[in-house]
Design a protein around this ligand. Structure first.
Ligand code: SPV
Ligand code: MG
Length: 289
């Protein structure tokens, strides 16, 4: 079964869960933890480069890291394409490259390029018109080689403060244009806005959610709606990494050495395991005289 078919099967079975990653190591950890898919997050990769998530990284930078994640895991990878890096023609070029890189799904959002990140208080949130965006979705669909490749349309209407009516109208238009799922994002600190959207959703495709700011909306509640096919944990890999590194680095400075911190971090052998050093050694024994 292709990875896109695997992802579709998990969505059809109820609810697929995707964990964010910003490099192949974090993707591998998500795979080992049992997630259904990897979210190749633009926010995380931007943070990993130390820059805001505001269309500052090139598509090539994101593509190459996403390709490496797809190479080093067996899970479906869902690529965060932001706005698609331009108009419908740019979308065709970019989606083709991501499919060839082995990703199972892409998410394209209806913000104007260059975008600002969604969860930032006071962020600059400008959307393109519905017709322009349905053109971009149709363009993405037109270049898929595998008919199972998943195209997810993301509306930022709630993020931009345009209200439920606009969000629903856009979501319906995107589904009508052929999107396989519609991702609806919200930056309210309770699930109320998104739950109201779900209750009103009468479209033909499942919804995708990113519950970063309303963590009380858990998978059981999403499943119970019968309308959510995918949950994306948008930035937990980078936040976990920062939490761990801050604590260990501070401790080493405070203690003037590594003896204390060393007991609380993984041994270097664990890194060897994650690098698949054993497989390399087996290859050496087999092929190098
Ligand atoms: C990302 O992870 O890059 C996302 C999700 O697009 S969010 O940052 O919440 O917009
Ligand atoms: Mg993003």
């Amino acid at each position: 079964m292709s990875r896109a078919a695997q992802l579709r099967a998990r969505i059809a079975a109820g609810l697929a869960h995707a964990m964010s990653a910003h490099n192949p190591l974090s993707a591998r950890l998500a795979e080992e933890a049992g997630f259904d898919a990897i979210w190749a997050s633009g926010f995380e990769l931007s943070a990993a480069y130390g820059v805001p998530d505001a269309s500052l990284l090139s598509y090539g930078q994101h593509l190459e890291m996403t390709r490496a994640m797809a190479e080093q895991t067996a899970l479906p990878v869902i690529a965060d394409l932001d706005t698609g890096y331009g108009n419908a023609v740019n979308v065709m070029h970019v989606v083709g490259a991501y499919e060839r890189a082995g990703v199972a799904a892409v998410v394209i959002e209806d913000k104007r390029f260059p975008k600002d990140t969604s969860l930032l208080a006071g962020g600059r949130q400008e959307l393109v018109g519905t017709e322009e965006f349905t053109g971009k979705i149709a363009a993405a669909l037109s270049v898929r080689r595998d008919a199972g490749f998943v195209v997810i349309a993301r509306t930022e209407a709630l993020i931009a403060g345009l209200g439920q009516g606009e969000a629903l109208a856009r979501a319906r238009a995107y589904a009508a244009a052929g999107a396989d799922l519609v991702l609806v994002h919200s930056k309210q600190r309770t699930p109320d806005e998104v739950m109201a959207f779900i209750a009103a959703w009468d479209g033909p495709v499942p919804l995708a959610l990113v519950p970063t700011l309303y963590p009380d909306l858990d998978e059981a509640r999403m499943r119970a709606t019968g309308k959510v096919g995918l949950v994306i944990y948008g930035n937990h890999a980078i936040r976990a990494a920062v939490t761990a590194m801050q604590a260990v680095f501070r401790r080493i400075r405070a203690e003037g050495g590594i003896a204390g911190a060393d007991r609380d971090i993984v041994a270097v052998e664990e890194i060897f395991r994650l690098q698949r050093v054993a497989e390399m050694k087996a290859a050496e024994r087999r092929f190098i005289p």
